[in-house]
Design a protein around this ligand. Structure first.
Ligand code: SF4
Length: 358
């Protein structure tokens, strides 16, 4: 496993570093159902998730806030979170808000112009809707088109200092002012369901993004709004063992990848296998360090099946080639079904979008 990834996966340490709370069995047992990503420990920490669940059980609703920066197509890592959020929507019957931050992608120079970002915003929305979201409970919006998000961002901007933004985002004097202002826009996205609709926001987020949640919680306190809650996830490693990234296409499977590309990427993926079949049979593999295993466990297998595969691997009864074939076949089928549903979503996409409110 690459050293950077190994360091970032010391999750007990990260809980301490970020000052978040561990997601305990006790909290998970309070849920009406337990999603696979809780069972395999993908979500492992939180801020006030226990309070959200407790209040929900007493009849108080909440909103889920999960954004997307539209500067390109989605990969399977993105879809994983939106799949989980869909499960939350169905299980808790709560509204979901999905800001598409064209402003962020423009000021950070990830797109040439706002129009390009708008194109990706609709394309990404189609992929997300294709998962099965309920239009009555789903609210996409394009950040620069929402007047009341802008008004909220301006209101919040008086309650945060430049020094705080610099400390959280690591900006310097040579960064453009759009980046600084986007910091409050991001808090406006997070606090929008609370400010406009009265629902406390729950944000599922990777652990390294927690400083943004902390800033939004501080601002919420200053403007006397309830603080947003967060569910923190681990990092699902990319196929090569590095983090998934659009700039390194070999690390991820994009929803537009053709079967041939998928095969090539999976065949080059990092495993925990021995150098030869003979050694694999004799010594067994190391599924704990195997990306192919983590992908099978996350995207395709039920926890019991994953556990059995793990045992077979350790006993030397499983070969890496067979695991790769299983992953390839499963993902190609998943994407084929997805494309069909994406086409069906085209006619109804507008119904999922919020429009400017003055
Ligand atoms: Fe990973 Fe499968 Fe190889 Fe074991 S046999 S190391 S689980 S790819």
């Amino acid at each position: 496993m690459p050293e950077a990834l190994e360091k970032s996966t010391d999750y007990e340490r990260l809980i301490k570093v970020f000052g978040v709370s561990k997601l305990t069995e006790e909290i998970i047992n309070e849920l009406p159902e337990v999603h696979k990503l809780f069972k395999i420990g993908y979500f492992f920490a939180h801020r006030d998730f226990d309070k959200i669940v407790k209040r929900w059980k007493e009849g108080e609703t909440f909103a889920i806030l999960t954004g997307r920066g539209p500067s390109g197509g989605l990969h399977l890592g993105h879809l994983l979170i939106f799949d989980f959020v869909l499960w939350m929507q169905k299980t808790f019957k709560v509204p979901v808000f999905i800001p598409l931050s064209d402003d962020e992608k423009y000021v950070f120079k990830k797109v040439k112009n706002l129009r390009d970002s708008e194109f990706y915003a609709y394309d990404n929305a189609l992929d997300i809707i294709a998962l099965g979201y309920d239009e009555r409970w789903t609210n996409f919006f394009i950040s620069t088109k929402m007047l009341d998000v802008y008004q909220l961002a301006v209101t919040l901007s008086r309650h945060v200092t430049l020094n705080e933004v610099k400390a959280v985002f690591g900006f310097t004097d040579s960064d453009n002012p759009g980046k600084y202002f986007y910091a409050v826009v991001q808090s406006a996205h997070i606090l929008y369901p609370t400010w406009r609709k009265g629902f406390v926001s729950l944000v599922p987020i990777a652990i390294d993004q927690d400083p943004y949640i902390r800033l939004s919680r501080d601002i919420a306190e200053r403007v006397k709004l309830p603080k947003p809650a967060a569910l923190h996830s681990k990092y699902l490693p990319g196929l090569t063992g590095e983090p998934m990234s659009a700039s390194k296409p070999e690390t991820a499977i994009f929803l537009t990848d053709k079967p041939k590309e998928i095969k090539k990427k999976i065949w080059q993926a990092l495993t925990g296998g021995q150098p030869t079949i003979e050694e694999q049979r004799e010594k067994g593999g190391n599924p704990e360090k195997c990306v192919v295993f983590q992908w099978l466990e996350t995207f395709l297998l039920e926890p019991k099946e994953a556990q059995e595969l793990k045992e077979r691997c350790k006993r030397g009864e499983q070969l890496c080639g067979d695991c790769k074939k299983m992953l390839y076949k499963g993902l190609v089928k998943k994407l084929k079904d997805h494309h069909k549903r994406k086409i069906e979503a085209i006619d109804k996409v507008e119904r999922y979008f919020m429009h400017p409110v003055d």
